[in-house]
Design a binder for this molecule. Structure first.
Ligand code: SF4
Ligand code: ZN
Length: 313
């Protein structure tokens, strides 16, 4: 197959775009499309101070690479979860993030959960109902809290994540299958800043995962290829597989499902928020917004972890 732009040998064929490109033209296209998405979806301004949530995986490192190449001002944030599956998953992820930043002279902020909170995510999960069975709920709560705190304290304008369209379409499918109206309402490429919350944006939300993977490969970005051991059997992987099966038969179906949702969302009125409690209180421990009570979910959860850990000795 030949590159549609220059006629050289194509390295990727994006069937949903009916577009095959060679290495050089794909890298240029990918960078241009990222900029186009940032501008079209009003994700952030050209002079924004950006914090990139970095996991050590391909998407987040590719995102940091593209944004840096586009001359955006960005630092990285890596959160060490303390996950050791016998292959030192967290340590190796951290090493990839540090290597990437070191080789490009970029600033990487590292927060180690165990050092900051007194227990790793898997250990803490054993002490909390949120972690019963799997640590993912506690992990999500903790990462969201730390990302928000670091971004606000550092004076950043926006926190960006490497979510791609496969992630977003799988999330959409899960939310639709269960009619999680609140999550459907809040699923968006950009969540504006509001009291106590940093703006969040997903500049890769229009790319398929194979495109971000191709970019990382062609740019020779070294990243952790292993998935988090707790993601095995995750619902999101199940939905991704189903969507990819549909995509094989009907190229563009995944893109149509997700982008049509974003368009339809503008015409849908969500009424459930009338009953939903708003985040109008302030946590007495950390100062972040909370729905009620004196502490936010992060502080109350981790306080319980520390109490139970001390009790056990
Ligand atoms: Fe955290 Fe791993 Fe679960 Fe993802 S799969 S939420 S990284 S524990
Ligand atoms: Zn708090």
């Amino acid at each position: 197959m030949k590159c549609r732009k220059c006629g050289k040998k194509a390295v990727i064929n994006m069937r949903q775009h009916k577009l095959a490109l060679c290495e050089e033209d794909f890298l240029a296209w990918f960078t241009k499309q990222t900029l186009h998405t940032i501008q079209r979806d009003s994700l952030f301004e050209a002079d924004a101070k950006i914090l990139v949530a970095v996991s050590g995986g391909k998407d987040s490192l590719a995102l940091w690479d593209v944004l840096t190449g586009l001359d955006y001002s960005c630092d990285g944030l890596y959160i060490g979860l303390g996950i050791d599956d016998g292959q030192a998953y967290s340590d190796r992820s951290c090493a990839y993030a540090q290597k990437f930043a070191g080789e490009r002279n970029l600033h990487l902020i590292t927060v180690d959960v165990e050092r900051a909170q007194g227990a790793s995510i898997p250990e803490a999960a054993r002490f909390t109902p949120r972690g019963a069975g799997k640590p993912c709920s506690l992990c999500g709560l903790t990462r969201r809290h730390i990302m928000n705190r670091v971004a606000l304290e550092g004076g950043y304008d926006v926190l960006v994540t490497g979510h791609n369209m496969d992630d977003e379409a799988a999330t959409l499918m899960g939310n639709t299958m269960n009619w999680l109206v609140g999550y459907l309402e809040s699923q968006a490429p950009m969540l504006p800043e509001k009291r106590g919350f940093i703006r969040k944006a997903k500049p890769f939300h229009r790319f398929y995962e194979r495109e971000t993977a191709a970019y990382a490969f062609l740019r020779e970005i070294e990243y952790i290829q292993q998935e988090c051991p707790y993601s095995v059997d995750a619902k999101s992987i199940y939905y991704k597989n189903i969507l990819n099966q549909i995509e094989t038969d009907r190229p563009g179906a995944k893109q149509g499902f997700y982008l049509s949702f974003l368009q339809a969302k503008d015409q849908i009125t969500f009424n459930h928020h009338k009953e939903r409690a708003t985040l109008d209180q302030t946590c007495v421990t950390c100062g972040q917004p909370t729905r009620g009570g004196t502490q936010c979910a992060f502080c109350s959860t981790w306080e319980r972890v520390q109490t139970r850990k001390e009790a056990i000795g």
